[in-house]
Write a protein that binds this ligand. Structure first.
Ligand code: SF4
Length: 296
């Protein structure tokens, strides 16, 4: 199959645009009832062994993580993933929103440790294209990403709050639909991997390859911390890694449909289009909650 360049690297699209924006940050409207994932499509979190104990951020652990991060600073992502598997499996997990970075890590994980429990924070507000990508990944790599859902369905949640909170209080919505779910996952894990890159944003520029994530009480591993957007798309094109087709339709970063907008050609901010018109730039998963050596 011929490699497909991505429009954000090479300036053109190979896919007919069906939702092309006419102006910067134009919102594309979707029908939420059409994209909520059936609630029986989640396997649920794995049960840890009886002797499982959560990790504590002792000075020794923090020193070990710091040393590992320094050692792995120039390592290939595959080596970093292998280090994570060696040190933390079976209590190593990965959260993915099926962004280009997540898809690349999944392609690597398929060769290193395909049995790793990987989950998606299925808020009920994701694009259909995102849910479909989960199935394409499963077909190509045999990794069935679990769709981990909040306790309340979208109709239940919106009824409880008198309407959609993403319009009035998106921080609370992200907390309820994403952070709480990740906290639940963190209770049965020791470490998590994420696809963040340092060059994505000011917040993410401080990410270490390996660090302690104080917010979730987990070791956080970022195999692509040192990769660039170009590195990611080169790997996608070289190995035909499945990716979200919305990237070819003006969406540089894809989250929930109510909070994601297509952007104009030429926009260079990779996080543009997320919570456009608001000060919010992150859902809270990758922001630093505390100083003194916590991870991101
Ligand atoms: Fe809610 Fe928007 Fe956050 Fe999704 S991204 S959880 S819809 S506020």
């Amino acid at each position: 199959m011929t490699a497909i360049p991505n429009r954000f690297d090479y300036g053109f699209s190979t896919t007919p645009a069906t939702a092309t924006p006419a102006s910067p940050l134009k919102l594309v409207m979707f029908d939420s009832t059409a994209v909520e994932t059936p609630r029986n499509r989640t396997r649920g979190l794995p049960r840890p062994d009886a002797g499982f104990r959560r990790l504590e951020a002792t000075p020794e652990l923090l020193a070990d993580l710091q040393a590992a991060s320094t050692r792995l600073e120039s390592a290939a992502p595959e080596e970093i993933i292998a280090w994570g598997v060696e040190n933390y499996a079976p209590y190593l997990t990965m959260a993915t929103a099926f962004g280009p970075e997540g898809c690349v890590i999944l392609s690597m994980l398929a060769k290193i440790a395909p049995e790793t429990y990987v989950f998606n924070l299925d808020t009920g507000y994701q694009f259909q294209e995102t849910i479909d990508l989960r199935d394409r990944i499963a077909e190509k790599y045999g990794i069935e990403v679990d769709l981990l859902q909040p306790d309340l369905s979208v109709p239940e949640y919106e009824a409880l709050n008198g309407g959609p909170l993403y319009k009035t209080n998106p921080n609370q919505c992200c907390f309820d639909r994403k952070i709480k779910t990740l906290k639940r996952a963190s209770e049965v894990m020791h470490a998590w991997m994420s696809g963040i890159r340092r060059d994505q944003s000011v917040d993410r520029a401080q990410a270490s390859v390996v660090g302690w994530d104080k917010k979730f009480g987990l070791v956080k591993i970022s195999p692509l911390a040192n990769w660039t957007k170009k590195d990611v798309w080169k790997r996608i094109n070289d190995e035909q890694v499945p990716y979200n087709p919305l990237h070819d339709r003006g969406f540089p970063s894809i989250g929930c449909w109510p909070c994601t907008a297509a952007v104009a050609d030429g926009e260079t901010d990779e996080r543009a289009g997320r919570w456009s018109g608001m000060k919010k730039t992150e859902c809270g998963l990758h922001t630093i909650s505390e100083q003194d050596g916590s991870g991101i």
